[in-house]
Design a protein. Structure first.
Length: 177
């Protein structure tokens, strides 16, 4: 953790998140039909919607391929949801090019080995408290929250507060979280 993460928060314009282990607790409920079910935290939903309403870019890059996850995220207004992404750098670099972003403008949050290259590339690497040790070693910030337990809310709120954009949010700004 060489860089002071609080200083890095000031430059963030885009949030990129993994799903399993970040937006979820990483556990899977398997139905009789074989469908994999996950739970997400409404506090994360509120924060994601708030970030979008404040003009930030939000992108999801996940190795999973659950249409229910995509539907939930699109319902929050997130249009850049990349499923079945096994080399996350491909989607990350394409996304950066499309939105003319520099690495220092990106906060990437992941929790497991497939996230390491993107974490090392992003301007601010973050992870949940329960991320694997290899991920924690490359992160600028380790949330005090576990995956699926509002760790996404934690990092979004910090960025918006540092950039004086959290207090301007009204109760109606981020409805339907």
């Amino acid at each position: 953790m060489e860089k002071n993460y609080k200083e890095l928060l000031r430059q963030i314009k885009a949030f990129i998140f993994d799903v399993d282990g970040v937006l979820t607790d990483g556990r899977l409920l398997i139905s009789e039909s074989g469908e994999l079910l996950r739970t997400m935290n409404a506090k994360d939903g509120y924060a994601l919607k708030t970030a979008l309403n404040q003009g930030y870019l939000v992108c999801i890059i996940t190795g999973g391929k659950n249409d229910g996850v995509k539907s939930r995220l699109e319902g929050l207004g997130i249009t850049d949801v990349f499923l079945n992404a096994h080399d996350k750098m491909v989607q990350l670099t394409e996304y950066m090019t499309r939105h003319d972003l520099k690495p220092e403008q990106i906060l990437y949050m992941g929790d497991d080995m497939p996230d390491v290259p993107a974490l090392e590339f992003a301007g601010l690497a973050a992870c949940p408290q329960d991320a694997i040790p290899e991920v924690k070693r490359v992160c600028d910030y380790i949330s005090h929250r576990n995956g699926g337990d509002a760790c996404v809310r934690d990092v979004i709120e910090q960025v918006l507060k540092v950039q004086s954009r959290w207090n301007v949010v009204s109760g109606t700004n981020a409805a339907s979280s």
